[in-house]
Design a protein around this ligand. Structure first.
Ligand code: ATP
Length: 226
């Protein structure tokens, strides 16, 4: 169990997260949705210890980040480091004894090439492979489905199901509702740094319809394309 209580974050005068609370259990997938700028990535960075914030994060792990696999929206790689070298670095960081990565290269990436030369989708798949090989217990996946091809999206969905079977804790953000529908146990709606709604799987369709209606309003009519 991971408990996030009263987490707040400001950039200068701007309060980006306002007393956010979230309870995360093992074997569950939590979807975080919200408009651009709602605070999803900031929340993830705060949980991962990559940003300072106020509030508390408690868990069964003495040092949470040692059990966390964080997939950023746009993974960044040092220059002149190949795909295999990157995977080796990540494995070394967690004391995972592994040197041959070809068998684990399920996304069929050119591991002997420099990671910085990979396409956007390939970078995401390399970073995801790395955190999976680390055998983490807790995963934060920031827009894992964005920018990867359809086949890889299917693989990522299957990976998430496998992580659930292994009792891992998973938090994901996505702007594509169907991907959350396929993977999440509950969805939390973040609006201007506040969780305004928590929806269980049985009510996902209702949330989808509500968000559609909220998003569309009379915008299409106003365009006057007919
Ligand atoms: N380093 C920073 N300095 C100042 N403001 C920031 C910084 N990072 C994020 N913000 C602001 O915090 C707010 C939340 O940004 P965040 O990236 O968390 O949103 P998001 O929900 O992940 O958006 P998106 O869906 O577009 O990825 C935005 O108003 C953004 O401009």
């Amino acid at each position: 169990m991971i408990e996030i209580e009263n987490l707040s974050k400001s950039y200068g005068q701007k309060r980006v997260l306002k007393n956010v609370n979230l309870s995360l259990a093992s074997g569950k997938v939590y979807g975080i949705v919200g408009e651009n700028g709602a605070g999803k990535t900031t929340l993830f960075k705060c949980i991962a210890g990559l940003e300072t914030c106020t509030g508390t994060i408690t868990s069964v792990y003495p040092i949470l980040k040692n059990h966390l696999g964080f997939l950023p929206t746009n993974p960044f790689f040092l220059s002149k480091i190949t795909g295999s070298e990157y995977l080796q670095l990540l494995c070394n960081a967690r004391n995972v004894k592994m040197t041959k990565f070809q068998e684990k290269n399920i996304f069929e990436l050119p591991l002997d090439q420099y990671a910085e030369t990979y396409s956007t989708g390939m970078k995401k798949k390399l970073a995801l492979t790395g955190i999976l090989l680390q055998n983490n217990d807790f995963f934060i996946l920031d827009e894992p489905f964005n920018g990867v091809d359809i086949q890889s999206n299917m693989i990522i969905t299957a990976i998430i199901h496998e992580l659930v079977a292994l009792q891992k804790t998973i938090v994901i953000s996505s702007h594509i509702f169907s991907t959350l529908n396929d993977t999440c146990d509950e969805i939390h709606l973040l609006r201007e740094g506040v969780f305004v709604k928590r929806v269980e799987k049985a009510d996902f369709q209702e949330l989808d319809a509500e968000m559609k209606s909220f998003a569309l309003g009379d915008r299409i009519e106003r365009l006057g394309l007919r």
